[in-house]
Each structure stands twice: as structure tokens, then as C-alpha cells.
Design a protein around this ligand. Structure first.
Ligand SMILES: NC(=O)c1ccc[n+]([C@@H]2O[C@H](COP(=O)([O-])OP(=O)(O)OC[C@H]3O[C@@H](n4cnc5c(N)ncnc54)[C@H](OP(=O)(O)O)[C@@H]3O)[C@@H](O)[C@H]2O)c1
Length: 328
């Protein structure tokens, strides 16, 4: 019989609620414990979602010997220290993006996981989604030829609260690590690590970056333009402009995922996907599959991908002048 894994949720905020709902569709996931900085919040979340235990500190959650795996859902700035806390307690970790605030921290998290021989994975949503898998299949099939140029974006207008993690620099605020990370993931997935990076950003009243454009150049002859912004709404998408046609990969505000294939001189073909549980359950499923196989990292989201992603984000930040005081 398949092992049932006892999940702990660290930091019961907005994404944690979606993730808890996703765990409910998996038979081998047990909603076991919640850890918050506040016992009342932990209790409320545990009751709402049916977790057995709750703790008023992250240390208590990490120290519970029954917990198999912890999902870290705090602001980016906290991921580094909390991942180390969990790994040092020998807990498998699924940590939200952005993995940390910089490469040095990401590299240390990876080194700690390897030193302790404990599973670690960044909670990257796209690699598990049907639209992404379909787009990959089409590109790999070669029917479109080489990708010449790529435009990828993530744009949405969140409510403005200066203390919110999206706008608060001390919590890693700014569009790049929150949503710009997705177009960067697209570039790394379809084109790899860029050879040159140039970026420019606008900063808002809290000093955090609110709009950024970056050009990634590849010596193999490709260019990628990535942009993210909290100042305009247009969902998430990526246009792959290729020698023999184009591919558009997008997720609209209706949450439907679409892949549009347009070969030169032919009619457009559209593939639409609407995954259950917003598609978050596939990340948890991957973690448990890896644990079943005693793997310490995921072949779908390898730690080398997370390391390359954070290095690229560092280069974009450096070019655009984005600094996280005390953390760079
Ligand atoms: N994969 C995705 O699709 C996706 C979507 C949204 C967000 N995310 C990622 O998930 C993470 C959390 O995002 P969110 O929108 O859920 O965040 P959030 O609601 O603002 O915060 C999550 C929780 O973090 C805890 N926390 C710990 N230290 C904190 C601090 N210094 N300041 C504020 N809160 C702190 C709080 O819970 P307690 O105090 O109760 O412990 C808070 O409720 C981010 O890294 C984000 O990038 C991923």
C-alpha cells in the first residue's frame, strides 16, 4: 500500500489555503499540522482545512517527529532561514518561489539539503501544468523550427498596501520575484541560461520595483524579452516566435490554460486545459513520488534549475538596480 505522507504547512497565508485545498485531492497526503507565528491563526487554518495539529511557532512544527514533509508558504525573505530550519530537523521541504532573495542563499539551502541528505524542491507551478507540457512537446517535435525570439510576461494589479510582501522590500517586494519569475522560468525552460542580461525597472513609493523589462541574449542566436508589472493587468503568457510559425502559451484571468499553434500558412490550432485544484496538487504529488523513490530532489524541478533561476534573477536585479538591503 502507498505510504501516506503527513504534511505540515508553514505560514498559513493566502497561497497556503490554495495548497491545502490541492492536498485534499491526493489520497496519499494527510493534512497533519500547521505552524504559524500566531497560535490563533494556526488553529483557525487547521480547523478550516481539517489539519490534526497546530502550532504557534515554526520551530514547533519543524520539531514534530510525525511530520514527513513541510510546505513553506511565507514571504520570499523568510524562505532561506525557514528551509534551513526544516532541513536541520530532517524534514523534506517543498518551498515556495522565489526560493530565496539571492543566489548565495539558494546555494546554501541546496548545500544544506545535500549535506543532510534530505529532499528539497522549489514549488514551481509551470513544469507540471498541461499547457506547459504541451508547449514543450510541440517545441521538441521540431515542427516550428528554432525559436528565434521570445516574449514572456506576467502582469497584474494587486491592491496597494505598503506593508504587503509585494511592496515591502524587506520581505523581497517587487514584481520580479513575485511574478516576473514566471517569464524568467519560460526563458530558462525554452532557451536555457542567457549569456547576456540587460534590464530596466520603475520603482514605486515604497522603493520596491513595480515594473521591469529585461532582454536576455543567447549566443546561439536567440533573444528573449521578459516583463512583469504590478501596474497593468494582462495575465501570464509567452509568445515563442519560431522559424516556421509561432506558439502562444498563456493562462488568462479565467484560469484556463491555452496553447495556440500557428504554423506559417496554416490555420491556428488551440489547445485548452482547465486543471483541477488550480494544478497545485501536481507539485505535492511529485514530492511524494520522489519520497517513495528515496530521491532527494525532483527530476522535474531539479535543484540545478532553481540555482540557475536565482542566478538569472540576481543578474536581472543587478542590471536594473534592484537591491534588498542587508541581503545582497
Ligand atoms: N506558486 C504560486 O502560484 C504562488 C502564488 C502566490 C504566492 N506564492 C508564493 O508564496 C509565498 C507566500 O505568498 P502569500 O501571498 O501567500 O503571502 P502572504 O499571504 O502575504 O503571507 C503568507 C504568510 O507568511 C507568514 N509570515 C511569516 N513571516 C512573515 C512576515 N515577516 N511578514 C508577513 N507574513 C509573514 C504569515 O503567516 P503567520 O504569521 O500566520 O505564520 C503570512 O500569513 C510567496 O513567496 C509567494 O511568492 C506562490
Amino acid at each position: 500500500m502507498a505510504k501516506r505522507y503527513k504534511w505540515g504547512i508553514l505560514a498559513p497565508g493566502r497561497i497556503a489555503a490554495k495548497f491545502a485545498n490541492a492536498l485534499k485531492v491526493l489520497d496519499n497526503a494527510e493534512l497533519y499540522a500547521v505552524g504559524s507565528r500566531d497560535t490563533g491563526r494556526a488553529k483557525k487554518f487547521a480547523e478550516e482545512h481539517g489539519f490534526k495539529k497546530y502550532y504557534g511557532s515554526y520551530e514547533e512544527l519543524a520539531g514534530d517527529p510525525e511530520v514527513d514533509v513541510i510546505y513553506i508558504a511565507s514571504p520570499h525573505s523568510e524562505h532561506y532561514s525557514q528551509t534551513l530550519l526544516c532541513l536541520r530537523n530532517k524534514k523534506a521541504v517543498l518551498c515556495e518561489k522565489a526560493f530565496s532573495l539571492n543566489s548565495r542563499e539558494t546555494d546554501e539551502m541546496i548545500a544544506e539539503a545535500r549535506r543532510r541528505d534530505v529532499f528539497l524542491m522549489e514549488a514551481l507551478w509551470p513544469p507540471f501544468q498541461p499547457f506547459y507540457i504541451k508547449a514543450h512537446e510541440i517545441i521538441k517535435s521540431g515542427i516550428l523550427g528554432k525559436i528565434v525570439n521570445m516574449h514572456a510576461w506576467f502582469l497584474f494589479i494587486p491592491p496597494f498596501y505598503p506593508a504587503d510582501r509585494k511592496f515591502n522590500i524587506s520581505l523581497g517586494g517587487g514584481s520580479l520575484l513575485d511574478i516576473g519569475i514566471y517569464p524568467v522560468i519560460d526563458a530558462l525552460t525554452f532557451l536555457g541560461i542567457p549569456d547576456e542580461v540587460k534590464a530596466s525597472a520603475f520603482f514605486g513609493e515604497t522603493g520596491s520595483e513595480e515594473s521591469i523589462n529585461a532582454i536576455l541574449k543567447y549566443n546561439s542566436g536567440n533573444l528573449a524579452t521578459i516583463y512583469s508589472s504590478f501596474l497593468t493587468n494582462n495575465g501570464i503568457g509567452c509568445d515563442l516566435l519560431c522559424e516556421k510559425g509561432n506558439l502562444t502559451v498563456s493562462r488568462g484571468r479565467d484560469m484556463n490554460q491555452r496553447v495556440i499553434l500557428e504554423l506559417h500558412g496554416k490555420d491556428k490550432e488551440t489547445f485548452t486545459f482547465t486543471p483541477p485544484a488550480l494544478g497545485y496538487h501536481w507539485e505535492a504529488e511529485e514530492v511524494m513520488n520522489c519520497l517513495d523513490r528515496q530521491l532527494k530532489e525532483s527530476p522535474v524541478v531539479p535543484l540545478s534549475f532553481s540555482a540557475g533561476l536565482m542566478k538569472t534573477l540576481d543578474r536581472i536585479r543587478e542590471s536594473a538596480g534592484i537591491v534588498f538591503p542587508g541581503r545582497d
